[in-house]
Design a binder for this molecule. Structure first.
Ligand SMILES: Cc1cc2nc3c(=O)[nH]c(=O)nc-3n(C[C@H](O)[C@H](O)[C@H](O)COP(=O)(O)O)c2cc1C
Length: 230
């Protein structure tokens, strides 16, 4: 069965640009591949705990672990297994204070475990080449040539984690200048925001269809070989 892991993280459950564009991806993906199984996780309503107990627990024998440590390791194990089980990923997130939401950081901290998801140099990642689409919303604008271009720690961080470390196929869909929709002295930027949102909607639809098509081809080898043998 083909699996998509869909994660939202904006603290807003209404009026969230990142959730909204991710929902457009989902709609197109579900239409294109209705047999796919989707696992949905909302990190705003169910934030993963910070790591301390899980890390401490992994360094001592199971007999020495407290019940809190056992619980922490179980949560980490579930997050890792859920991540490994997916064939494709859709993650939506806002920029908060120039970087990813702390819930996304906590989730990634649980995943970055040596020999499960991180591999030594020269050993292929277990999730190599899997497609991960991130829908990122920004109150401001951080594109090339803008005054705050080098304040963006969100996109470089995601590249380091998902591309350089996990060797995944990362696509980031940006919705920029969302503050212009409600901050009066940014109203002159509204047309640029609308342009950015329209491009994001198109990109989300195209990307969802492309991911669905690639998965449809890659996960049904039995049907393909039966056709060849006749
Ligand atoms: C706590 C907080 C911090 C924020 N920090 C930034 C920031 O550093 N840069 C930026 O461009 N926008 C920032 N914003 C604005 C959000 O990125 C913007 O409102 C975005 O649209 C939120 O995503 P959402 O629409 O999916 O909820 C911040 C918003 C909040 C609530």
């Amino acid at each position: 069965m083909t699996r998509l892991l869909h994660i939202d993280s904006s603290v807003r459950d209404q009026g969230s640009h990142s959730r909204d564009v991710a929902a457009i991806f989902r709609h197109a993906f579900d239409d294109a591949l209705p047999t796919a199984h989707v696992t949905y996780r909302d990190l705003a309503t169910a934030p993963p705990p910070h790591l301390i107990d899980a890390v401490a627990a992994s360094m001592i024998s199971s007999a020495e672990r407290s019940s809190d440590q056992r619980r922490a390791l179980k949560i980490q194990d579930e997050l890792i297994e859920e991540f490994l089980a997916a064939d494709a990923y859709l993650v939506s997130m806002p920029m908060y204070n120039y970087s990813v939401p702390s819930t996304i950081k906590a989730w990634i901290d649980h995943l970055m475990v040596p020999d499960r998801i991180m591999t030594p140099d020269g050993v292929a990642s277990p999730i190599q080449d899997r497609p991960i689409t991130v829908v990122a919303s920004f109150g401001g604008g951080y594109g090339p040539g803008t005054p705050k271009e080098d304040w963006d720690f969100l996109r470089p961080y995601l590249n380091k984690i998902f591309v350089d470390t996990m060797e995944m196929n990362l696509t980031i869909i940006d919705v920029e200048l969302t503050n212009s929709t409600y901050v009066p002295n940014l109203a002159h930027l509204l047309p640029l925001h609308e342009q950015s949102r329209a491009a994001a909607v198109l990109q989300a639809t195209d990307q969802a269809e492309a991911v669905a098509k690639a998965l449809d081809r890659s996960v049904d080898p039995t049907t393909e070989s039966a056709a060849v043998s006749y």
